[in-house]
Ligand binder design. Structure first.
Ligand SMILES: [Zn+2]
Length: 228
């Protein structure tokens, strides 16, 4: 029998079916009247038994049996049962929450792996500019800079170009790589960014980086065209 099943075994559906109406009424009354203590004892069990393997059916029973109850007064068994039920209910809720969390984590992991796979497939490793160009999310003025970068990237084993964007006026490159030539990649990227900062985004003519609302690089002609 699995650990969880053992805990829940006492509370299979219909577990109170053999009790008579008077007993059920008394039990409901004890649950109602002692609700704060029942909750407190149930929570205390979880606090004192933080690790899953400590939360056995025997530990729950021992805990419920030590709940204080006036000597000789009717209802001790009911009180203990109410505490066992409260502990079990909390455990079932936390187990359900944990399964839900684990399921969400699995789904997120699977989604992440699919994205990584898709990126690997989309990456350009071989310097073929025609395959890389659809991922140039910048003006045609910068395409020559990127074509050069793609060729340089292809000389480094395992380096895959993903995409190019504009950020703060200059080029930003995304790529996939794990290897020991990071310094070479940084140098290639730096050269491309430096070129982009003096190259018109639209036409590739010499341009200036300026800020009007946001940073952009444009030649004189295209600065005035944009500002008309
Ligand atoms: Zn221009």
């Amino acid at each position: 029998m699995d650990h969880d099943e053992e805990i829940f075994d006492e509370f299979r559906p219909g577990f109170l079916a053999d009790k008579d109406t008077a007993w059920l009424n008394d039990f409901a009354e004890i649950q109602r009247r002692h609700e704060p203590e029942i909750s407190a004892w149930a929570q205390a069990f979880l606090d004192y038994h933080p690790v899953d393997h400590q939360r056995t059916a025997a530990a729950i029973k021992a805990w419920a049996d030590q709940v204080p109850w006036p000597e000789g007064e009717y209802g001790r068994e009911m009180m203990a049962l109410a505490v066992r039920m409260a502990i079990t209910m909390r455990l079932s809720l936390s187990i359900a929450a944990e399964r839900d969390r684990a399921r969400r984590t699995d789904l997120m992991q699977a989604a992440h792996e699919r994205i990584v796979e898709a990126r690997k497939k989309a990456a350009v490793y071989d310097g073929v500019v025609d395959r890389a160009r659809p991922a140039y999310y910048v003006g045609v003025g910068w395409h020559a800079i990127l074509d050069d970068l793609i060729k340089e990237f292809s000389e480094i084993d395992g380096l895959g170009f993903l995409s190019a964007h504009e950020k703060f006026g200059g080029l930003r490159i995304s790529y996939l790589y794990s290897g020991d030539r990071q310094a070479d990649i940084d140098a290639i990227e730096k050269r491309a960014i430096e070129r982009s900062l003096i190259t018109c985004w639209y036409c590739g003519q010499p341009g200036k980086l300026k800020r009007e609302r946001w940073w952009r690089v444009r030649c004189e002609e295209h600065w005035s065209a944009e500002n008309d």
